[in-house]
Design a protein around this ligand. Structure first.
Ligand SMILES: Cc1cc2nc3c(=O)[nH]c(=O)nc-3n(C[C@H](O)[C@H](O)[C@H](O)COP(=O)(O)OP(=O)(O)OC[C@H]3O[C@@H](n4cnc5c(N)ncnc54)[C@H](O)[C@@H]3O)c2cc1C
Length: 581
């Protein structure tokens, strides 16, 4: 079955919907999503979205830029960061006018809270400049992503966007450097459909599901990143995976950084607020990479609670009324999943795989890059967590990613409005569906073979242990061997469920193919990068090395395996300094 639209957006998270709002005023737009739109992971975002509004105290865009550059461990491109932080206030007011129900200050302005790594400049008594936490994250209780997602979905419905929900995208169709559309299967009846369009945009989200402990939804299997990679698109900075400091023990369900923003303490088995040893000025509000390593060090050195692999997040001094008003969701999570009442007891937490800094390389306008030299792929665009602009560099600051998704969703939307005014529909190749149809037929034919769950469980377990918070050459080499072994096992994967209707086993088999694909790029990048920068920490190369490694890695899929090339970081104003808080 063939469908035709001007524009296909894959992904109904914040990035996809924001681009949908922008483009649907002028063009015929379809949004495909493997989930019902409002179930996208953006809806799970709790803590907030950054913008230097200065509603609670004095703040400036320049401080936001500086914090994001420093937070990125100087790997973020400064032109992109400057653009994102400068456009943030306007983008927030625009969301407010669309109807987002933000929490309010006493005088009715958008309420804000503190988040790690976001700072203001203050002078101490001697006149020296210090940087202390600033109140910058706009929020709606601890349901910020939920309200943003619902508002943008309503706007898309209002603009008559055509939604194809529960369609699982399989392949991009790119011929002669021009993107012509894609193939997808409809989960409801297992049929393959071809979508033909003048342009395709990916807003397919992140890839935390490659790790055993993760805050990410089941759907975050990095499909878009892997589909692009298979279609010949390179991937940028894949080795940078953020581990959030506070996942609820043992599964890793997120406890928002907003809990520390509201004054929460981290304590080890001795009851010490151990962050004073690692980041004396900002303590619990240091950036995520640092807090995560501090927690992992406490655990590794036996100071986890009762010697186990978790520490405590203590909110008991905050009081029941404030917790109910500001953090109702995580209070509920702690009760449901850990049997803990945060009003009376500390919450057991451990680091959890959370955010993908790397992804599909794009220009500031959302055009997908074909190589490290700046050439683009005609008709293919990406925004949000699946894309790498790069505004987060080696480590993202909390609340900068909802912002990234909204800002780049909007920018990419604007680029597409112009592109579609003159773009023509390129012919669809006749064999567009052939490869996917063959894979389908083979899966329905399998009688016995490898078990999908078994491969996935092993991948996630080993990625956590060998390519997690702390990394070294021996473990990474061993991880690469595992991935190659699992990839060859995958070739014989068997599908036992032969039904056509909502065949979730089939979906999991396709997701596993994607997990294996991009995990290879993560580990290859991590092995090559012999330094510590942001979230990438090599115990065998324990310092940042600006001479050799102040550069973005670009991974290409070739016949012989993954090949790495590099491109320079764009530095406009802030020269790299030692990163202390
Ligand atoms: C628990 C949690 C809390 C967070 N809290 C915050 C926060 O407070 N502040 C902040 O700034 N950031 C936060 N983040 C990060 C932030 O939420 C995400 O980076 C951002 O929402 C990603 O938006 P997105 O539009 O790129 O992707 P998503 O919202 O993840 O959407 C991806 C979309 O792609 C679709 N899709 C994927 N693969 C396919 C396929 N094969 N076929 C069809 N459709 C597909 C999905 O159906 C979905 O609609 C949080 C993340 C998590 C996991």
């Amino acid at each position: 079955m063939i469908h035709k639209h001007d524009l296909l957006i894959v992904g109904a998270g914040l990035a996809g919907l924001r681009a949908g709002v922008e483009t649907s005023k002028y063009h015929d737009v379809a949004i495909l999503s493997k989930l019902f739109p409002t179930r996208s992971h953006s809806g799970a975002a709790q803590g907030g979205i950054a913008a230097a509004l200065g509603n609670e105290e004095h703040d400036t865009v320049e401080w936001h830029i500086f914090d994001s550059v420093k937070g990125s461990d100087y790997l973020g491109d400064q032109d992109a960061i400057t653009m994102m932080c400068s456009e943030a206030p306007d983008a927030i007011y625009e969301l407010e006018h669309m109807g987002v129900p933000f929490s309010r200050t006493k005088d009715g302005k958008i309420a804000q809270r503190q988040f790690g790594g976001h700072t203001k400049e203050v002078k101490d008594e001697q006149g020296n400049i210090k940087r202390l936490p600033v109140i910058r994250a706009c929020y709606a209780a601890d349901r910020t992503g939920h309200v943003l997602l619902h508002t943008l979905y309503e706007q898309c419905v209002k603009n008559n966007v055509r939604f194809y929900s529960e369609y699982f995208v399989l392949s991009l169709i790119i011929r002669d450097g021009v993107c012509r559309g894609l193939t997808a299967f409809n989960l409801r009846d297992g049929q393959i459909h071809t979508f033909h369009a003048k342009a395709v945009m990916f807003g397919t989200g992140g890839y935390g599901r490659a790790f055993r402990v993760t805050s990410n939804a089941y759907a975050n299997s990095g499909d878009g990143v892997a589909i692009a990679f298979r279609a010949g698109i390179p991937l940028e900075d894949m080795e940078f995976v953020q581990f959030h400091p506070t996942g609820l023990y043992p599964l890793g369900i997120l406890v928002t950084e907003g809990a520390r923003g509201e004054g929460g303490y981290l304590k080890n088995r001795n009851g010490d607020r151990f962050m004073k040893e690692y980041a004396p000025t900002v303590m619990e509000l240091a950036p995520r990479d640092m807090v995560t390593r501090s927690i992992q060090t406490e655990i590794n050195e036996g100071r986890g609670i009762d010697g186990k692999d978790f520490v405590n997040l203590d909110l008991t001094h905050i009081g029941a009324a404030k917790l109910k008003e500001r953090l109702p969701e995580i209070t509920g999570f702690a009760k449901t999943y850990a049997g803990i009442d945060p009003v009376k007891q500390p919450i057991p937490i451990l680091p959890t795989a959370h955010y993908s800094m790397g992804g599909i390389p794009v220009t500031l306008k959302g055009e997908v890059l074909a190589d490290e030299k700046g050439n683009t792929v005609t008709g293919f665009y990406a925004a949000g967590e699946c894309a790498c602009v790069s505004v987060h560099g080696a480590n993202r600051l909390g609340t900068n990613s909802l912002l990234d998704a909204v800002i780049h969703g909007r920018r990419t939307g604007k680029t597409l409005v112009e592109f579609l005014r003159t773009a023509e529909l390129s012919p669809m190749p006749e064999d567009a569906e052939d490869n996917d149809k063959k894979i389908f037929a083979d899966l329905y034919d399998t009688k016995k073979g490898e078990n999908c769950d078994k491969i996935r469980v092993r991948l996630k377990e080993e990625m956590m242990n060998k390519c997690g918070v702390f990394r070294n050459e021996k473990d990474l080499n061993s991880m690469l061997d595992t991935i190659h072994e699992l990839k060859s096992m995958y070739k014989n994967v068997a599908m036992m469920d032969k039904s056509k209707v909502f065949n979730t086993e089939m979906q999991e088999i396709f997701e596993l193919r994607n997990l294996l694909e991009f995990s290879d790029a993560i580990v290859t990048g991590a092995l090559a990068r012999q330094e510590c920068r942001g979230a990438h920490w090599r115990t065998d190369h324990p310092t940042r090395d600006d001479v050799n490694w102040l550069k973005h890695s670009i991974a290409f899929k070739t016949e012989k395996g993954i090949e790495l090339k590099y491109k320079p970081v764009i530095i406009t104003k802030y020269q790299p300094q030692e990163r202390k808080y």
